[in-house]
Design a protein around this ligand. Structure first.
Ligand code: THU
Length: 135
């Protein structure tokens, strides 16, 4: 289990909520915001970015992680994902993307009316990783 404090959880989810104003969603009108907490305590946000060629669009979680990674951060404690449309959890591609950076990364999301927290390893069991590549 993570040692995230209630305040860290609130701050991270608030950052995800705040970021949705930048969501680029001309096709789905479904805004998503994500915020990652790095090991050094920084919060980096991302939003979904859609495209006229639909599969080229990107989810908020991968944008947030890409923003952090492009600024030199690759160690993550948690990622919060939020949509004002209702319950949301990371899609399958995002689960794989997040898993790359460690099985213990905590995922915060609203589901069935409650704020959920679980490590990515629970959302993507038996995940393919560098372990298999190097076996
Ligand atoms: N979306 C995310 O940004 N994250 C998710 O985990 C699920 C879906 C976005 C992709 C697309 O822009 C919109 O939500 C509708 O699928």
């Amino acid at each position: 289990m993570s040692s995230l404090s209630p305040e860290q959880i609130r701050t991270l989810m608030d950052a995800a909520k705040q970021s949705i104003r930048h969501a680029y969603i001309p096709y789905s009108q479904y805004p998503v915001g994500a915020a990652v907490l790095t090991e050094e305590g920084k919060i980096i946000c991302g939003i979904n970015i859609e495209n006229a060629s639909y599969p080229a669009g990107t989810c908020a979680e991968r944008v947030a992680l890409g923003n952090a990674i492009s600024q030199g951060m690759t160690k993550f404690v948690a990622i919060a994902v939020y949509s004002p449309k209702g319950e949301i959890s990371p899609c399958g591609v995002c689960r794989q993307f997040i898993s790359e950076f460690g099985p213990e990364i905590q995922i915060l999301f609203h589901w069935q009316g409650e704020l959920q927290q679980c490590p990515i390893k629970e959302l993507l069991p038996f995940s393919f990783s560098s372990k298999q590549l190097n076996a």
